[in-house]
Design a protein around this ligand. Structure first.
Ligand SMILES: Cc1cc2nc3c(=O)[nH]c(=O)nc-3n(C[C@H](O)[C@H](O)[C@H](O)COP(=O)(O)O)c2cc1C
Ligand SMILES: [Fe+2]
Ligand SMILES: [Fe+2]
Length: 395
């Protein structure tokens, strides 16, 4: 058995999951996902996080092969979500003298999930741990997904262990470090990962980024996806932008439609956007595109136009669900437009207007409401909405 050495005496012992269809049972994994873990072999040995319990067997074999009879001194737990903490109990059974390193919050969860309350080494902000040649320092990064999250920095080789931060979907195909591969697809999907998984926590991400700025960083070991080296500046600036909800010029159009009337309005608006110079137009039928891709585009682009038929005096259920996902993430500063079709008493468009108010967004252009399917009558209104939005985002 062979494991990749990603820096001197630091080995990648993560696993690839190409079986699971949905991450957190919600988010599609067309290219799988990796659960990363790293083993440092110094005078003391230290493992950084574990993997999903489904892969515990192969994970433990990799570690045993590298340790080659030595004992495992430390497990550093940067994140307790079960995709990373799932194998802790089995690891502890195999290495009973192991010291588990975490903060007070980590240990509450460790007891709750695994019933482990002994053999703990508690750390606080700025504490350090000597492994021999290497020295580690711990920085708290609460709510960079969960409250117990912390970052660990190897001060010797300037390696940041960043928990879920800078992570992305997609299993690793042999290559682990960005310098060994074309990482474009991972970077692309890291926006979807961020907006779906971490998107709500802009301020905590900002605080964590600020702490990291005080350190020289040569390598980022995240818990999902490639180890970052040459593309660190790109990832840092992406996180800067996403955590401030800063967006590019462009428009996401998301609509639901049962019989095509709302859909035809969406087509008219898209055509108008194009005629008025908008290059980036991401159009989604919400019944067809998974919400994770729509959210990703909403994080990416400044403009958002949503279309919904009226359904039992409400917003169409699938659109309602999308609005709730946006609201949960507290997406800020979007230009908003809305439209929809009804047959006897329209309600969806009015309700979407109320949504935009709750979000504190600027509504652009006049909302377009259409009785049944007389697109000819409303075409000009759709065109005007597209033109108004283009005025804001065409760049
Ligand atoms: C189950 C159901 C409930 C509906 N509820 C309403 C309603 O409360 N008020 C209304 O004006 N139209 C209602 N409609 C009619 C649709 O809003 C209307 O036909 C609209 O044009 C559908 O747009 P679409 O072609 O984009 O699906 C309902 C239609 C269905 C199938
Ligand atoms: Fe997580
Ligand atoms: Fe994770």
């Amino acid at each position: 058995m062979k494991s990749k050495e990603i820096a001197k005496d630091l080995f990648y012992v993560g696993v690839n999951d190409r079986q699971k269809s949905l991450f957190e049972n919600l988010w599609p994994l067309p290219a799988g996902v990796s659960y990363n873990s790293y083993l440092m072999i110094d005078q003391k040995t230290a493992l950084f996080d574990t993997v999903d319990i489904c892969y515990a067997d192969i994970f433990l074999k990799k570690i045993a092969a590298l340790l080659d009879g030595r004992k495992l001194d430390y497990l550093i737990v940067n994140h307790m979500e079960p995709d990373h903490s799932g194998s802790i109990r089995m690891l502890k059974e195999q290495y009973p003298d192991l010291k588990i390193v975490g903060n007070a919050q980590t240990f509450k969860m460790l007891e709750g999930f695994h019933g482990i309350a002994e053999g703990l080494h508690e750390v606080k902000e700025g504490d350090t741990l000597d492994l021999g040649r290497r020295k580690l320092q711990f920085l708290m990064a609460p709510m960079v997904h969960w409250p117990e999250v912390m970052f660990t920095i190897d001060l010797t080789d300037h390696i940041l262990f960043s928990a879920d931060a800078f992570g992305t979907f997609g299993a690793l195909s042999g290559n682990v470090i960005d310098t060994e591969m074309n990482a474009d697809a991972f970077i692309q999907d890291s926006i979807r990962y961020y907006s779906n998984i971490v998107g709500k926590y802009g301020n905590p991400v900002q605080r964590a980024l600020k702490k990291v700025k005080d350190f020289e960083i040569s390598t980022i070991c995240t818990l999902h996806g490639p180890v970052w080296r040459e593309r660190i500046p790109e990832m840092l600036s992406l996180y800067e932008r996403l955590s401030r909800y800063e967006a590019e010029d462009g428009v996401t159009i998301a609509y639901g439609s049962m019989y095509g009337n709302t859909e035809q309005m969406a087509e008219a608006i898209a055509l108008s956007l194009s005629e008025h110079g908008v290059r980036n137009i991401a159009m989604h039928n919400t019944l067809k595109s998974h919400a994770s891709y729509i959210l990703s585009d909403i994080f990416r682009y400044r403009g958002l136009i949503i279309g919904s038929p009226t359904y039992s005096n409400q917003i169409y259920p699938d659109i309602e669900s999308l609005l709730s996902k946006i609201e949960i993430r507290e997406v800020k500063n979007r230009y908003f437009g809305c439209f929809g079709s009804f047959s006897w008493a329209g309600a969806a468009v009015k309700r979407m207007g109320a949504f935009a108010e709750r979000m504190n967004w600027e509504t652009v252009g006049a909302p377009v409401e259409q009785r049944q399917g007389t697109i000819a009558e409303r075409f000009d209104d759709c065109w005007a909405l597209g033109a108004a939005m283009a005025g804001k985002v065409a760049g």
